[in-house]
Ligand binder design. Structure first.
Ligand code: ADP
Ligand code: MG
Length: 140
């Protein structure tokens, strides 16, 4: 297994409920290191571009509205197998289907307001990290 980096976003439903520390405690307890982090309020254009792979999906407009409804914390997690490990810690997209103990099972409000984003492959992780962070902002 290789040391990888992945993009994590703590979504507006979670920042609104003051859950950033509780969520990040789970990443750190699992051995993932936060090597870059910032709290931002995404513009609509920024959110649409980030989620453009879903542009044809029926939930796209609602998803963009949700992602710009409050601040988010964007961060880079680093560790062994970080992409898959983060997805495992997050749990399934729909919190009703997420395994118990996962972040979404514990904290998500709905399939849309599901508290966290995580890159789904190392290739997409590289693209997503570059979308939010310059190299000098990532400090391993
Ligand atoms: P994941 O975040 O688990 O990788 P997707 O990439 O399929 O899930 O979807 C991106 C985001 O779009 C989800 O995290 C969720 O916020 C939202 N979403 C996905 N499916 C639905 C749906 N059926 N209805 C409403 N929102 C959805
Ligand atoms: Mg996805």
């Amino acid at each position: 297994m290789a040391v990888e980096r992945t993009l994590s976003i703590i979504k507006p439903d979670a920042t609104n409920r003051n859950l950033t520390g509780a969520i990040n405690a789970k990443f750190e307890a699992a051995g993932l290191r936060i090597v870059a982090q910032k709290r931002i309020w995404m513009s609509r254009a920024h959110a649409k571009e980030f989620y453009k792979v879903h542009a044809h999906r029926p939930f796209f407009n609602d998803l963009v509205d949700f992602m710009v409804s409050g601040p988010v914390v964007v961060q880079v997690l680093e560790g062994e197998n970080a992409v898959a490990k983060n997805r495992e810690l997050m749990g399934a997209t729909d919190p009703k289907k997420a395994a118990s103990g996962t972040i979404r099972a514990m904290f998500a409000e709905s399939i849309e307001a599901n508290s966290v984003h995580g890159s789904d492959s190392p290739e997409n992780a590289a693209i997503e990290i570059a979308y939010f962070f310059a190299g000098y902002e990532i400090v391993g």
